[in-house]
Design a protein around this ligand. Structure first.
Ligand SMILES: NC(=O)C1=CN([C@@H]2O[C@H](COP(=O)(O)OP(=O)(O)OC[C@H]3O[C@@H](n4cnc5c(N)ncnc54)[C@H](OP(=O)(O)O)[C@@H]3O)[C@@H](O)[C@H]2O)C=CC1
Ligand SMILES: O=C1O[C@H](COP(=O)(O)O)[C@@H](O)[C@H](O)[C@H]1O
Length: 496
């Protein structure tokens, strides 16, 4: 579907020679162009240190696009002509003067009304310097709007996040800062709101009277790959929990917003983060479990343990797995545990949310022939399969009078997947259109770091050993015990 007003903008990619630009940004911009969501009135300036030329960048963009899409050469040639490269020193004023000159020139060439997106696809230590130089050298002074897109990680803890925020806020207003959490661009994460707020059969039940627990799993089969250096200082808690997992918790737990505007949705999500019960130091091992992958077998192949990965300390204590029990102290959720787990080198790549409903107060089928009735569950399949399943109870065929679980499945496979945008594509378009609903507000970042910092602190003083789990498993046994002691178990996450 084409959008009514195609945005006209220049995009400056800081870190255009890097992995993110190649794998995500170039294909996403191309897909927006191919679908007609942006017109010919756009330009991209890629900047990084390498002495590339326009031609080299254009070749790389072609490669990145053809790795993902089958494309007509004509269309691709027209597309890459919008790309220019500028060798750049982020600390040198001269680079910014040159960038400003190029942007002015391109805005004239492509009839762009001075709208500028600055996309930070570089290591976070440069974000503050770049933002401040963009302002001091006048690159943010344009006839149209200027927006800053900023990649994760947004800081390493609350104090570094605050410092980064102060730096970028000197150059950009909060409304012009788009902090990316790519999970918010995923089709089924966006569908959480619709499932909840557009269905009369769910919203009345969406509370502690009817829901017994919620489980969110985001498992990866890959290990740390080439990112050992970064991951050693991050671990699964900072890499996945502080952002993606807490974002999913807040979407699942928020109250209905009074309207679907950016501010109203954010305000409800923020209330959830404020209501999270803090886990203080001594309690951390009762609520959170960490683990680290050892060697194992994934899809028939032997894989090394984390400590043998490149750029990883052979005695590393970094967690590659986290499971946690979160409690939300408000009327809607008092007493309902939200269990989360995420990790690398687990049995499969999958993100799923399981909502388990409470049992009926009087179960007529209990104690007849069967001991237990299956709880009703709603499963939101985020990836790789997209859809929802609802597990109800029906009559077992025959005269026994027993019940049997019946699963109703809806899968997005039936829709036009070619036209389904990838998360980055969707978020880039939102940014061009000025819609920040699927980006994180500073208040969310601040509250999630506040929560996560307490857990990190607890772990520093905890004497509990970090359990190793076999690569290819679903994490350490301790993660099962976390639910087991509440009388629950993780619902199985199956391969599709
Ligand atoms: N890759 C991914 O899948 C994801 C990445 N991110 C985040 O995106 C950001 C970029 O990641 P990624 O692309 O993987 O990183 P890479 O290391 O692949 O790329 C870093 C980029 O920064 C440039 N760069 C580094 N130092 C300088 C400098 N002093 N001046 C100018 N340019 C510089 C590099 O180019 P050159 O060497 O030519 O200068 C390169 O283009 C990070 O914040 C990361 O956390 C977030 C989610 C996923
Ligand atoms: O942000 C990150 O996310 C990816 C997982 O993203 P997904 O879309 O593939 O589920 C994770 O691998 C990476 O470590 C983390 O930085």
């Amino acid at each position: 579907m084409k959008i009514p007003d195609q945005p006209k903008t220049s995009i400056v990619i800081f870190g255009a020679t890097g992995d993110l630009a190649k794998r995500k940004l170039f294909p996403s911009i191309f897909n927006l162009y191919r679908k007609g969501n942006i017109s010919e009135e756009f330009a991209v300036v890629g900047v990084a240190r390498r002495p590339w030329t326009n031609e080299v960048l254009r070749e790389k963009v072609c490669e990145a696009v053809t790795d993902v899409f089958d494309v007509e050469q004509d269309k691709l040639d027209r597309f890459v002509n919008h790309f220019n490269y500028l060798p750049f020193d982020v600390t040198g004023k001269e680079s910014y003067h040159e960038l400003k000159k190029q942007l002015t020139q391109l805005e004239g060439d492509y009839n762009i009304p001075g709208n500028r997106i600055f996309y930070m696809a570089m290591a976070p230590e440069f974000f503050g310097t770049i933002a401040s130089n963009l302002k001091s050298e006048g690159v943010t002074e344009a006839n149209g709007w200027t927006r800053l897109v900023i990649e994760k990680p947004f800081g390493h803890d609350l104090s570094s996040a605050k410092k980064l925020n102060e730096d970028i806020r000197e150059a950009f207003n909060e409304d012009d800062i788009y902090r990316i959490d790519h999970y918010l661009g995923k089709e089924m994460v966006q569908n959480i709101e619709v499932i909840r707020f557009a269905n009369a059969m769910f919203e009345p039940l969406w509370n502690n009277r009817y829901i017994s627990n919620i489980q969110i799993t985001s498992s990866e089969a890959l290990g740390v790959e080439d990112r050992g250096g970064y991951y050693e200082t991050s671990g699964a808690l900072r890499d996945m929990v502080q952002n993606h997992m807490l974002q999913m918790v807040s979407l699942l737990a928020m109250d209905p917003p009074i309207r679907l505007s950016t501010d109203e949705i954010r305000s409800e999500k923020i209330k959830v983060l404020r209501a999270l019960r803090m886990v203080n130091g001594e309690e951390v091992d009762n609520y959170f479990v960490r683990g680290q992958y050892g060697p194992g077998i994934i899809r028939g192949n032997e894989v090394p343990g984390y400590r043998s990965e490149k750029n990883v300390d052979p005695n590393s204590k970094t967690e590659t797995f986290v499971a946690g029990k979160l409690l939300i102290d408000n009327h809607r959720w008092a007493g309902v545990p939200f269990y989360i787990r995420t990790g690398k080198r687990m049995g499969l790549k999958s993100t799923k949310i399981v909502i388990q409903f409470k049992e009926l107060p009087l179960n007529l089928y209990f104690n007849k022939n069967q001991k237990k009735i299956h709880p009703n569950i709603l499963i939101i399949h985020i990836q790789p399969d997209e859809g929802i399943s609802l597990v109800l109870n029906g009559k077992k065929v025959g005269p026994s009078g027993e019940t049997t679980p019946v699963q109703l499945d809806y899968s997005n496979d039936g829709i036009d997947t070619v036209n389904t945008p990838e998360a980055y594509e969707r978020l880039l378009l939102d940014c061009m259109l000025g819609d920040a609903a699927n980006f994180t507000h500073w208040d969310e970042v601040e509250l999630s770091w506040t929560y996560v910092d307490e857990i990190s602190k607890g772990w520093v003083t905890s004497t509990k050993q970090i359990p190793l789990y076999d690569s290819g498993s679903m994490g350490p046994k301790e993660a099962d015990d976390l639910l087991g002691k509440d009388g629950f178990q993780w619902w199985p996450i199956k391969e599709v």
